[in-house]
Ligand binder design. Structure first.
Ligand SMILES: [Zn+2]
Ligand SMILES: [Zn+2]
Length: 569
């Protein structure tokens, strides 16, 4: 950098610099960290969230400025990470005294809104400390943990634009929020027993700790409990009671598909499953996903996962779940709170209505879930943890695209109808949505549409082009076309299997100009050339095009798309 100099103060060369920092820097305590660093280095200036990330202005000696830049860039506080730091010279003298955090500036750039972060160790210790004022507070959080995406109404990410806006901080919480030395400095979702969200148990209208105890009692008696979590509702039941699980299966009309489990800690997990180091690390990560683990040791009733040799297990991602699980030395079934095929419930009234007849009791809270998001599913395969289903804790993490695609921008891809989702390409990154289930289901399609327009609003983004699956009968295709017409932008159709090939290339960082690869695409069904529906094809291609090299022999399938799921038709 070539900072401007000003020798008027003590004949010391005072230089000024503007740092534009991008990466995972909002909602992770990055600004307070920078403030402490800047003050320790004797710099003056300010820092704010900006649509692009953060903007930092600082004045001081050139050595101090370089040191600040170095430490922010290469030693950010976890879970923050810095992707780029652009430096511009600022004219002196400094515009202020001291170093401050100032209010956010709206911006239209790529902003890394964070996924929800699982309970951190420091908050867990406070939760379990009877002398702490947040002892057993189900919504304890800090700059390193707690809800982010699920409560974000708009960007930049600040409390007044989240569903925590309706909770006015008490004096002590406000003090922590303002104190740069505190680990809750500018942590947007913080609260306490006095000022934060609160619990309610229905039916019976008990509140607070009583509602927790009532919920635990319900589970101990083999009851089915609906719990409002971070991205939506769960249905929970004791996983060691076959009759209780069978009742849940009957009521949910879900006879066979395996249920996920939650355990209070890795020790309980080890009693039922083999836990390799990678799997243990994933379970305890800030994503806190469901991990598919090999069964070994004590057996659970067959009703949990009929005919499967693996169990889907997760640890509590929130203090609320931990408080429930601490009462059990055994797994609880913890499955999505929805009716079969319908979207995950997120609102209190919606859940009470929709899960009526399934759940015996409802453990609710009054913090609104803005973006619903199901639990992610991971599995260890070929030495690496692989995501089988993206979800809470991962969405809306920006995924950098491979070399050559750094300038990919302004494209909205609306995907297919089975396991619907969408993807926004912004400034060389893919922002991939959570899955929405089968878009043939009208409620799932409505959620998908609503979430898509929420994202376009959130990122201040008007797509310049919309990519559609070529299948004209897909609801996603029709909606994408309609959206393109409304926005007056072109729509481009993509062949289903070519999209799969390109997605795998991107996942593996295949550069844009690295030439074609052979791709064997085997999935349920996709519309290919000449309007034919193909189940399996061998393609030679890259991002821009492909040639079909071989395919499974075509057979006439009366029944069209439905035959993909029912080939006997
Ligand atoms: Zn924490
Ligand atoms: Zn408080």
């Amino acid at each position: 950098m070539e900072p401007a100099t000003d020798r008027s103060r003590n004949h010391e060369p005072i230089v000024g610099a503007l740092l534009r920092i991008r990466g995972r820097v909002q909602g992770v305590g990055f600004r307070p960290h920078a403030l402490r660093l800047a003050r320790a280095l004797g710099l003056c200036g300010d820092i704010c969230n900006h649509g692009d990330g953060v903007l930092l202005r600082a004045w001081g000696s050139e050595a101090s400025l370089r040191e600040l830049q170095r430490r922010l860039r290469y030693a950010p506080p976890p879970p923050a990470s810095v992707e780029s730091c652009l430096v511009e010279a600022l004219p002196g003298p400094p515009a202020m005294e001291g170093f401050h955090i100032v209010s956010s500036q709206p911006g239209t750039g790529l902003c890394h809104l964070l996924p929800d972060l699982a309970l951190c160790d420091a908050c867990r210790a406070e939760l379990q400390d009877p002398d702490n004022r947040r002892y057993r507070h189900p919504f304890i959080s800090c700059t390193a943990c707690g809800p982010r995406f699920s409560i974000a109404g708009a960007l930049p990410y600040d409390r007044e634009r989240t569903s925590m806006a309706s909770f006015a901080m008490c004096g002590r919480c406000a003090g922590e929020y303002r104190d740069p030395a505190d680990r809750r400095f500018h942590a947007q979702p913080i609260g306490c027993h006095e000022c934060g969200p609160s619990l309610r148990l229905l039916p019976g209208e008990t509140a607070g700790e009583h509602s927790l105890q009532g919920a635990i009692e319900c589970l101990r008696n083999g009851g089915i409990l609906a719990v409002k979590g971070i991205g939506g509702f769960h249905l929970m039941v004791d996983a060691t009671r076959p009759e209780a699980i069978a009742r849940l299966r009957r009521r949910k009309h879900r006879p066979f598909r395996p249920f996920a489990l939650m355990v209070r800690d890795p020790e309980v997990a080890r009693r039922y499953c083999r836990l390799r180091p990678e799997e243990a690390a994933a379970l305890s990560s800030h994503v806190a996903p469901i991990v598919l683990l090999e069964q070994s040791g004590e057996r659970l009733p067959d009703e949990v996962a009929p005919g499967m040799d693996r169990l889907g297990l997760m640890l509590p991602a929130t203090a609320l779940h931990l408080l429930l699980l601490e009462a059990f030395d055994r797994p609880l079934v913890c499955t999505s709170g929805n009716r079969s095929g319908a979207p995950l419930c997120a609102g209190n009234d919606e859940a009470v209505e929709s899960l009526d007849g399934i759940a015996d009791r409802f453990l609710l809270h009054d913090r609104e879930i803005v973006h619903r998001c199901d639990d992610p599913v991971l599995q260890l395969a070929a030495g690496r943890m692989r995501t089988l289903r993206r979800g809470r804790g991962q969405v809306p993490e920006a995924l950098p695209l491979p070399p050559g695609l750094e300038n990919a921008d302004g494209i909205l891809a609306v995907g297919g109808d089975l396991k619907g989702g969408f993807c926004l390409l912004r400034q060389g990154c893919a922002l991939l949505s959570q899955p929405f289930g089968e878009l043939m289901h009208p409620d799932c399609r409505r959620r998908w549409r609503e979430e898509m327009s929420a994202w376009l609003g959130l990122y201040g983004s008007r797509p310049r082009r919309i990519a559609l699956d070529v299948h004209p009968d897909y609801g996603s295709h029709r909606h994408g076309r309609e959206l393109a017409r409304q926005l007056g932008v072109p729509a481009a159709t993509v062949l289903h299997h070519h999209a799969h090939l390109a997605a795998v290339l991107a996942e593996h960082g295949h550069p844009l100009d690295a030439g074609p690869v052979l791709g064997l695409v085997l999935d349920g069904l996709g519309m290919g050339e000449a309007g034919a529906l193909w189940g399996g094809e061998l393609l030679l291609g890259d991002y821009q095009g492909y040639r079909r090299v071989a395919h499974l022999a075509p057979v006439p399938l009366p029944g069209g798309d439905r035959a993909a799921r029912e080939p006997w038709r």
